[in-house]
Design a protein around this ligand. Structure first.
Ligand SMILES: NC(=O)c1ccc[n+]([C@@H]2O[C@H](COP(=O)([O-])OP(=O)(O)OC[C@H]3O[C@@H](n4cnc5c(N)ncnc54)[C@H](O)[C@@H]3O)[C@@H](O)[C@H]2O)c1
Length: 372
């Protein structure tokens, strides 16, 4: 198969869909890999790195799209890219179609077969191609939180780990899933006093068994949150209710109960945010203040560490990418129902029910699409 990887063109996106190591593995199995020139630069991979493993460097995105049987990307295809997709071509990338009717219609009109990273599942009920980005954002949250707490950034001037004779920062992590667990681990590693709140007792049991003593945990109620935030330097928002907007767990009124200069890092901002006063920010201008409380609400946190994010995403996508290339999408999806769950669009049909419901578009079941 000819696998094509164009340079990402969405603003502020520095990741790339294929690492040189992934390209190497595909080439070793007999596939051809086409990389648009400079596609890996933002993640620290040069054209030479790709050429060294046998990939062909291509000057224009249009040539990558024209020649490849499968396009591998990171972000959803932009309008100009969607025009270059064609019938029978496989698109393997993040899509997030539910809030994006324009993209959905364009993908259907192209006739391509689009497999979305975010809806591929695993045997443990997880989302294996979303998890690496949650791991990155989670580990980054205390790092950006610590920076936000610095005086020059409007913060309280508290050092996460304190020093001998001075206590550490108090950190509350709301939501103990992938983001929350990684945030809590790193915050505790920085020496902070950390409490994780979650509404899932099985999750709290897991955290308690696994991280005994590293950080505390409590069942998440409005009362527990109200009590804890009075004495907190940093709150990390890491809740997710699948398929729903994030619940608002700290109101504007409650900000006045917090210590001036305390920081809120709302990782859940991509689902609308879990603090009433959250609004999405960018890496260029990441923080703002409301009622004396500093907010960090960057919607694409992994972009700050594009190299780590690219490699982490590449590790997760590689087995699926190889299966699609080796077997073709139909056989690969027939053999792996979790990969089939990633099928969102095929040959003019929408094939993902939640997207169809959100956009009011008729859906062809994934099982029937396999037989088309
Ligand atoms: N901003 C970014 O760059 C970025 C990057 C990655 C992920 N995210 C977002 O971070 C959020 C968390 O992702 P995740 O992978 O950790 O999800 P996850 O499903 O692994 O974890 C979510 C946790 O929230 C808990 N929860 C739900 N309601 C709660 C409540 N009221 N109080 C406390 N806990 C509650 C759930 O029980 C679950 O354990 C998602 O919105 C995700 O999209 C953002």
């Amino acid at each position: 198969m000819k696998i094509g990887c164009p340079k990402e063109i969405k603003p502020q996106e520095f990741r790339v869909g294929l690492t040189p190591n992934a390209a190497h593995e595909a080439i070793a199995r007999g596939h051809d890999v086409l990389i648009e020139t400079q596609a890996g630069t933002g993640s620290g991979f040069s054209d030479d790195d790709y050429a060294a493993v046998g990939a062909k460097i291509v000057g224009e995105a249009a040539d990558v799209f024209a020649q490849a049987d499968m396009i591998v990307k990171v972000k959803e295809p932009q309008a100009v890219e969607r025009k270059m997709l064609r019938e029978g071509q496989i698109l393997f990338t993040y899509l997030h179609l539910a809030p994006d009717p324009e993209q959905t219609r364009d993908l259907m009109a192209s006739g391509c077969t689009a497999i979305a990273y975010e809806t591929v599942t695993d045997g443990q009920g997880g989302l294996p191609l979303l998890a690496p980005m949650s791991e990155v954002a989670g580990r980054l949250a205390p790092q950006v939180g610590a920076w936000t707490l610095q005086k020059a950034n409007g913060g309280r001037g508290t050092l996460m780990g304190g020093v001998p004779g001075v206590g550490p920062a108090n950190v509350v992590v709301v939501g103990g899933g992938v983001v929350g667990t990684h945030a809590a681990r790193v915050a505790a590693g920085m020496g902070a006093d950390v409490t994780v709140l979650d509404r899932s007792l099985p999750r709290l049991r897991y955290l308690d068994d696994t991280f005994r003593g590293v950080f505390k945990n409590r069942y998440s109620t409005a009362g527990a949150t109200a009590e804890l935030i009075r004495d907190t330097d940093l709150v990390v928002g890491a809740v997710l209710i699948p398929g729903a907007a994030a619940p608002k767990l700290i109101s504007r009124e409650q900000l006045s109960d917090m210590k001036p200069g305390a920081a809120l890092v709302d990782v859940a901002i991509d689902q609308g945010g879990c603090f009433e006063t959250s609004r999405a920010t960018t890496h260029a201008d990441p923080i703002y203040e409301v009622d004396g409380i500093m907010h960090y609400c960057v919607a694409n946190m992994p972009g700050a560490v594009a190299r780590t994010s690219t490699i982490a995403l590449g590790n997760a996508t590689l087995p699926y990418l190889l299966a699609l290339a080796d077997k073709g999408w139909r056989q690969a999806c027939e053999d792996d129902p979790h990969l089939l769950n990633g099928l969102n669009v095929h040959a003019g049909h929408l094939t993902y029910f939640a997207v169809g419901k959100a956009l009011g578009i008729d859906v062809l079941s994934q099982a029937l699409a396999l037989k088309e």
